[in-house]
Design a protein around this ligand. Sequence first.
Ligand code: NCD
Length: 308
Amino acid sequence: MRHLLSPLDLSVEEIDGLIDVAKKIEKNPKAFRHVADGERLATLFYEPSTRTRLSFESAMLNLGGTVIGFSGASNSSASKGETVADTVRVVGCYSTIIAMRHHKEGAPMVASQFSPVPIINAGDGGHQHPTQTLTDLLTIAREKGRLDHLTIGLCGDLKFGRTVHSLITALVRYPGVKFVCVSPEELRLPDFVREDVLEKNHVPYKEVDNLEDVMPELDILYMTRVQRERFFNEEDYLRLRDRYILDGEKMKLAPQNMIVLHPLPRVNEISLEVDNDPRAMYFKQAQYGVYIRMALIMFLLGLEVPEV
Ligand code: NCD
């Protein structure tokens, strides 16, 4: 049985395979309507979510499967003190695959040790978010045509932003990838990414605090929200939240073929005028998220890919 806890749980070849299936789904979604007949996804979301949970549910429904689940720990037996281990042992009796989001780093990993069905990490605290990364990789593959030889700017909250941690972890395996990390000093990458991933793999990167200066170098600009819920005090959040605002003026400094990604939700960090720029890909990215989650569910359940 396979789980997806970190992007490294999939080899580069397996990720290529998922991207190929997602492209097939995009071209011919109808051919996939009954692939997961009889399968059931449970979404156990202990933390707020719109996109991730609904895109998982859409993915399973698009494949002909069914969905159950809860959103918000207060609606579940977690509020009575039940452990994650017990919850998945039980929910594994009602479902054939589980997607879990949890505020505690490592909770999906614990779940995977007790679950009778595959566990997908749908975001664990400030740690990892591998299915957002698969979404990002499909978006990059479709919009840039490759996953190698790219300079990727990551801007905003690189300390708590789990989407950034997972994206870096996945991309260091492709040749010619470079990172430009744009953040205030306090929100720089944590050591488990800078040292254990970037430095260990000898991947070129720099850390800067000015976005304008580096715009011309970028193939991709990945904007992120300052993760308010992970701050220890509100004052620091208020001081840092509007440090970077991508607007039309800054977009003038970017190459014509640069693309802008954002895992969403956006707060202030991208002004609305950028939405009409053809380089803005964040809403398309949300659509790609459904295709790649369909491909992932098929992969983890060992379902056959229809001929199209
Ligand atoms: C992200 C997350 O939950 O980490 N959202 C998402 O899954 N699309 C990013 C965020 O909340 O800022």
